[in-house]
Design a binder for this molecule. Sequence first.
Ligand SMILES: Cc1cc2nc3c(=O)[nH]c(=O)nc-3n(C[C@H](O)[C@H](O)[C@H](O)COP(=O)(O)OP(=O)(O)OC[C@H]3O[C@@H](n4cnc5c(N)ncnc54)[C@H](O)[C@@H]3O)c2cc1C
Length: 479
Amino acid sequence: MPAITGSEYIERIDQLKTNLWVDGKPVRRKVSEHTAFKGVIESQATLYDLQHDKSLKDIMIYSSPLTGDQVGISYLQPETKEDLVKRRMMTQQWAISSNGMLGRSPDYMNTVLMALASSAEFLRGKENCFPERLISFYEYARENDLSLTHTFVNPQVNRAQFYLEDTNEPIAAKVIDRNSEGIIIKGARLLATRGGITDEIAVFSAGGIQDKANGFAFSIPSNHDGLKFICRESFVGGESTFNYPLSSRYEEMDTIVVFDNVLVPWDRVFYYDNLLVSNSFAAESSFFPYSLHQAISRQIIKTEFVLGLVQTIIDSINIGEYLHVQEKVSEIIIALETLKALVLKSEIEAKLDEWGYMRPNQRTLQVASNIFPKVYTRFSEIIQQICASGIVSIPTEEAFQSDIEKDLNLYLHSKSDDAMTRVKLFRLAWDLTMSAFGTREVQYERYYYGDPVKLTSQLYQTYEKEPYVKRVRQFLEID
Ligand SMILES: Cc1cc2nc3c(=O)[nH]c(=O)nc-3n(C[C@H](O)[C@H](O)[C@H](O)COP(=O)(O)OP(=O)(O)OC[C@H]3O[C@@H](n4cnc5c(N)ncnc54)[C@H](O)[C@@H]3O)c2cc1C
């Protein structure tokens, strides 16, 4: 099956009837019609439709090496630097379509799966590791254009460094048994963004595992027996794109994932019961370089959107002459150009890995992933400071259709915009930074790649500082 269309995606997700809970109630009707998911599912469908836009053919799809079918470029295993450029262009095309707001657009997990499969040889010959199954699942996902969510982290019960769970019932998902059919998982995982609106859920260990029963990697369909997704409160403000320009379209939802004696069939188990592999596969594989390359490419588009929004507001209320306003916009420009430069540098400095795949420079991308959580928080602050009270004087669409319309038109217009246009613009600023959706976006970009404290520490620990230390010691002649 070649790259799917939007309607094929929607049909597939509806048919799954995933065990999905919102506000303590199971979703019984079609998930694509539920108010919490309708908008984001439609936005994702638009992405899939772009795969069939003839003018974007070279950007979106390539011929599968297995079947010759036209499949999505986010599944492409890069062997050259040109392949990396193709991958970036594809991600950015999708990101432009969603203004970078879909943090987990399907290309993210397609990339993760591609990366892990490209490093499957790392698993070869190791106890309880099954590289062939990982490769064959990657091929199956690519050929069927599957969408995936993922969950890496254990529930936030006790984060002390040497905590070993000691409860009657498992809290952190673990292997409690195995039989001729597969492994049995019980417990929960902290979070899966988009849980319930993807074909599959991939479950991997991100390291830091102390009990080998907590370390495994597999993927199962979202409607698998015993699997449950518990949603947080929906942040969709409503269907009106005037009132809720972002949450009506891009609210991705976050879910707690519960495994109630889930039997994972052997052909879907990629590894288990191997502490060393559970703690090292993510780092040894090409997971970081490829997934970071995808993530930063999207974040560049989101930054462009922020820049466009800020300048539109400045033009609307005519504040461009103030130096501090110019300085704030320059902060965004500097961040944007830095991220762009880092992605390009990572491509220029890419190298073939031991398995023949072209890896972008991980260190460079690590630097970018340390920058973005900080600058994104600052973007939110800049937007609020530039809008000032404008971000709260934002009557709804309904108010413009009422008896007070005349007042609104008189008092809420701006230098360049009529009142309705101006409010529409400021509602976008509000939805990006102050609504439940907007504040979740800040938290999301902050933790997108894990704990920023650990990211900085990893950079410090892995950055090669010795040559510079040596230079200083030589200069001082203190060797
Ligand atoms: C909106 C959102 C969406 C997400 N979506 C997904 C998803 O789809 N899939 C997924 O797998 N995960 C997802 N995550 C989870 C994300 O990976 C984690 O939030 C991140 O790894 C941090 O872990 P934690 O939240 O458990 O924080 P914790 O580890 O519990 O940290 C809590 C606090 O303690 C500090 N702390 C804890 N341990 C240490 C330590 N060893 N050293 C120093 N400080 C420490 C932290 O710095 C932090 O201040 C999402 C998170 C958010 C906020």
